[in-house]
Write a protein that binds this ligand. Sequence first.
Ligand code: SF4
Length: 210
Amino acid sequence: MRNPLIEIYDILLDFFGPQDWWPGDTPFEVMIGAILTQNTNWGNVQKAVRNLMHAGALTPHAIYKMENERLSELIRPAGYYNIKAKRLKSFVEFFMEKYSGRTDKIRETDMTSLREYLLGVNGIGPETADSILLYALEKPVFVIDTYTKRILSRHGIMDSSESYDSFQELFHESLPAKVPLFNEYHALLVKTGKEFCRPKPHCHGCPLKR
Ligand code: SF4
């Protein structure tokens, strides 16, 4: 029998085509987006990012220096803006103080250590840390989200009550550790979750029905 995770990937890629994720012009913008996207949709994140850009504040240095109140105001469209402003500040403080806000420097750190550092930052959980690692820093780590858990559990591959780490381990054991593959696969699962595998599944027409 073929590896079911590879089979799912092939079916989704064939059906939807490449997704070309993650929207963001620079690695720092992707990092910021990974924090802002918590509990909101991507359209709202884009509005907040545009505000930061127009204010000339889409750099680690600018956010590091900015007052929390001003930052909250700029990212208001992303929702939970006071909490997210604190989270952004915590992340940027970490990034500036440890790596001088330089992407080339943070990339040099090995993935395991970097993941631990990120998880130590206030407000950064496994999904956000892994999104930063994969999409901004091109480290081969699989991002697990609600869609991933839902799709795999509905197909009897893993129970949804299993931990984030167990789901991630399954992907890491089943697939070659390649950034483009992890990137594309996660995007395809999100697409499937949004279009078909909603809280109430729309199996009719879904490529995974067969
Ligand atoms: S919508 Fe149905 S067929 Fe599609 S992934 Fe969900 S459970 Fe599977």
